[in-house]
Design a protein around this ligand. Structure first.
Ligand code: FMN
Length: 372
């Protein structure tokens, strides 16, 4: 799918010069520098304008109102890249239609010991073992209080990665604290129950624990939509049990999916994969598509679905939309392909929607996967 001249030129610059240069360096250092660089670019009108002129693509066919929120396009930055909410000013110029901050936890958290981020180049994947490093809900909400929101800002909340939260009752209170404090600065909130890298594992993928967590969150007064982020490593029968819990609580959306921990995956092509951490990118793609398709088929439009995992092209995003996703998120595709990918995906989606006779993206949602 062809991009604009500017984005095509940038794509080749990224492939030939920038990516080889970045990929020679430690992945976490590059991540930190990109966050700093992005936050500086976001401060000035001229840099935002230049970025927008190079990368941004707009088309009415891509706009939707979902759960009362206007999305100018369906492509969002997934949780985990902008952990401390530093990129709100720059991401709209890069072409994102929405963003998700975090995951943000009740208390500040330094995360797991380093190294905790690896590139699996052959697999087009990142191995992530950050362990929910972030500045904590109080500092992050304060930072966002007076920041202008240009695109919808989701906030992902998770439990602080500490030994006290191995007790699910304590973890519930920690989630509730982060949820309550982040609520005023969020367009929607995501409850991340699927981080593969925290002490105590993923206790809230157990229906009984999830029930307790959602009862506590239901007590917090909010009009904002609530999403749940699921793991790609669960069996479909386990997912069905969770869906039954979600139906009886204030949950309007589901994100499919988080990182995969499972190393038995024929998309993992690298010989040496450290044993700790979860994988992003291509190894997650089929798993997340399968889960997305299952949920849409079972639940139809009861939940707004966000497809996430292995999106490297407009075709990858379109597949998720046709399986039932109203929105799509990514991180790894942008790191491997470059920031022009966002505009290129939006441009490609608009072309494919027109080719297939859709007047708006909403008409394509779930078209290949009618619900039962
Ligand atoms: C560096 C990195 C950090 C991440 N941290 C989080 C996180 O804090 N919370 C979360 O819900 N997901 C986190 N994720 C998972 C992503 O949001 C996403 O679900 C996953 O990477 C699949 O999308 P992708 O293949 O487009 O990267 C992280 C992913 C990466 C690559």
């Amino acid at each position: 799918m062809a991009g604009s001249i500017q984005s095509t030129v940038f794509k080749w610059k990224y492939r030939l010069f920038l990516k080889p240069f970045f990929f020679m360096q430690d992945p976490e250092k590059v991540h930190d520098r990109m966050i700093y660089f992005g936050s500086v670019l976001g401060r000035f009108g001229l840099s935002r304008w230049l970025l927008s002129a190079t990368f941004n693509y707009k088309n009415e066919v891509l706009s939707q109102n979902l759960l009362g929120i206007d999305f100018i396009n369906p492509i969002g930055l997934a949780a985990g890249f902008d952990k401390n909410a530093e990129l709100g000013a720059v991401l709209p110029s890069v072409g994102f239609g929405f963003m998700e901050v975090g995951s943000v936890t009740g208390e500040k958290c330094l995360g797991n010991t380093k190294p905790r981020l690896w590139r699996l180049k052959k697999s087009k994947s990142l191995l992530v073992h950050y362990g929910l490093k972030n500045d904590g809900c109080e500092a992050i909400s304060k930072k966002l209080e007076n920041e202008r929101m240009i695109i919808p800002r989701g906030v992902s909340v998770a439990m602080t990665n500490c030994k006290e939260n191995i007790d699910p009752a304590k973890a519930v209170l920690d989630y509730a604290k982060a949820f309550k404090i982040m609520e005023p600065v969020a367009s929607y909130l995501t409850v991340n129950i699927s981080c593969p890298n925290a002490l105590g594992g993923q206790p809230f993928v157990e229906p009984a624990n999830l029930e307790k967590l959602l009862i506590e969150l239901d007590k917090i007064n909010t009009e904002k939509p609530v999403f749940i982020k699921l793991s790609p490593d669960m069996e479909l029968v386990e997912i069905d049990a969770l869906l039954d819990v979600l139906r009886s609580h204030r949950v309007q959306g589901i994100i499919c999916t988080n990182l995969t921990k499972n190393r038995k995956n024929d998309k993992i092509l690298d010989e040496r994969v450290p044993s700790s951490g979860g994988l992003s990118g291509k190894p997650v793609q089929d798993l997340s598509d399968k889960l997305l398709a299952h949920i849409y088929k079972r639940e139809g439009k009861r939940f707004v679905l966000i497809g996430c995992g292995g999106v490297f092209s407009a075709e990858d995003a379109y597949k998720k939309i046709r399986l039932g996703a109203s929105l799509v998120q990514l991180i790894t595709g942008m790191i491997y392909e470059g920031p022009q990918l966002i505009g290129d995906i939006n441009r490609g989606l608009a072309e494919m929607l027109r080719r297939d006779g859709f007047k708006n993206i909403a008409e394509a949602v779930g078209i290949d996967n009618p619900s039962i």
